[in-house]
Ligand binder design. Structure first.
Ligand code: ZN
Length: 70
């Protein structure tokens, strides 16, 4: 009984370590991808902070609105 639990515990740790080495890189790239849309960027003209998703990118610079990007 105890030996069985021990084997399960070791197997659990091995699985945890196996995924522990892999999962962070997956979640990191996923969070980085999500961060792109929600990252706050400063408007090049008026300094207003807007998310990348809402901003207008002109020549690699971020603007809060069409008026600022002109
Ligand atoms: Zn602006």
């Amino acid at each position: 009984m105890i030996l069985k639990l021990l084997i399960f515990a070791i197997a659990g740790v091995m699985i945890y370590k196996f995924f522990g080495g892999k999962l962070p890189s997956i979640s990191k790239s996923a969070s980085e991808k999500k961060l792109d849309d929600d990252t706050l960027v400063e408007c090049e003209k008026c300094g207003t902070y807007v998310t990348v998703k809402e901003s207008i990118i002109v020549h690699g610079k971020y603007y809060c609105s069409k008026e600022c990007s002109v």
